[in-house]
Design a protein around this ligand. Structure first.
Ligand SMILES: [Fe+2]
Ligand SMILES: [Fe+2]
Length: 315
């Protein structure tokens, strides 16, 4: 799936089609599925599993299709950086598994349909973790084959630090934005890579990241549909990224936050041409679409996001 095709799918409204008629795809309309259609977690799990299985690919075969001698310095730099960035996805997925299960149990008596949405998210986190394992393995293996600076055991362990916990809607929206950042960066590398094997790998990983984003938005929408979570929290996270000199600008920011709690390598990219204006615009547009997908509120500028956020918090 090309990034553009994936992006157009990402902005489709949630579908209320019955489960039986669906092709393998991201399962949307989650809260309605449980609260109005009498949906069962075992059906949800099959939908997740069949979609995961339909999208599997081989890291070994992808590497075999790349002509290492044809790679440019820019390609190599991005492969090296991507390997580091992908190391931080496992703690993110481990944390999501734990947090979703905790939230599921907290809601079970008060709102069992929301508890089922949470459990769907925790269950899907195993597929997310496995798919991110492909990304981490493929880029770090390529780095080693290219003779690039190896990751020390201390660095590896440092990058496995788990993110601090936060509200679940904020967490899901933040994860969706991280996937947007990754997808746009990989899509950009796919377009500029001259080796067809490397370009295909970047396209494949970008498509995975878009699919992850769609899952995070589907879960976030389920939380908002339950009315137990408020749209303002998705807007708060969007504003955090979109504000002037905010996190979306990545490593180009004047001042990068120093944290001891966890590592976000997308903050540290040392690759020219990835964080250019075109990519920044693409990321912004995807965040606006993501807000619409989760909240039904349309915005098309950072200023509108800020204004709407203020309005939602009652300022
Ligand atoms: Fe990834
Ligand atoms: Fe991802």
């Amino acid at each position: 799936m090309s990034l553009d095709v994936a992006v157009s799918i990402a902005v489709e409204p949630p579908s209320a089609a019955p489960y039986g008629s669906r092709l393998p795809d991201v399962f949307s309309g989650l809260y309605d599925f449980f609260s109005q259609e009498g949906g069962k977690l075992v059906e949800m799990t099959w939908a997740q599993h069949s979609f995961h299985e339909s999208r599997r690919w081989s890291a070994t075969k992808m590497i075999d299709a790349i002509d290492l001698d044809k790679l440019s310095e820019a390609d190599k730099q991005f492969i090296w950086n991507a390997g580091r960035a992908e190391l931080t996805t496992k703690p993110g997925a481990d944390r999501l598994t734990r947090l979703a299960d905790k939230e599921c149990r907290d809601w079970q008596d008060r709102d069992p349909d929301l508890a089922a949405v949470m459990q769907s998210c925790g269950t899907w986190s195993r597929y997310w973790n496995e798919e991110e394992a492909h990304h981490e393995a493929v880029f770090n293996r390529l780095s080693n084959l290219l003779g690039l600076d190896q990751i020390s055991n201390d660095t590896f362990i440092e990058f496995r630090k788990v993110f601090p916990d936060d509200d679940m809607l904020r967490t899901l929206f933040l994860l969706a934005v991280s996937e947007i950042t990754a997808a746009v960066n990989y899509g950009s590398c796919a377009r500029r890579a001259e080796d067809p094997g490397l370009s295909a790998l970047f396209k494949q990983v970008a498509a995975d990241e878009i699919q992850h984003m769609r899952y995070f938005l589907a879960f976030a929408r389920g939380l908002v549909d339950s009315k137990q979570y408020k749209a303002k929290d998705a807007f708060a996270v969007a504003y955090f990224f979109l504000r002037e000199n905010g996190d979306l600008v990545g490593s180009l920011r004047e001042k990068i936050e120093q944290r001891d709690s966890h590592v976000n390598w997308w903050d540290h990219l040392e690759v020219s041409g990835i964080e250019d204006l075109e990519n920044l615009n693409r990321k912004q547009q995807l965040i606006f679409s993501a807000l619409y997908h989760v909240t039904d509120i349309k915005v098309d500028s950072s200023e509108q996001v800020e204004r709407k956020w203020m309005e939602l918090v009652g300022c």
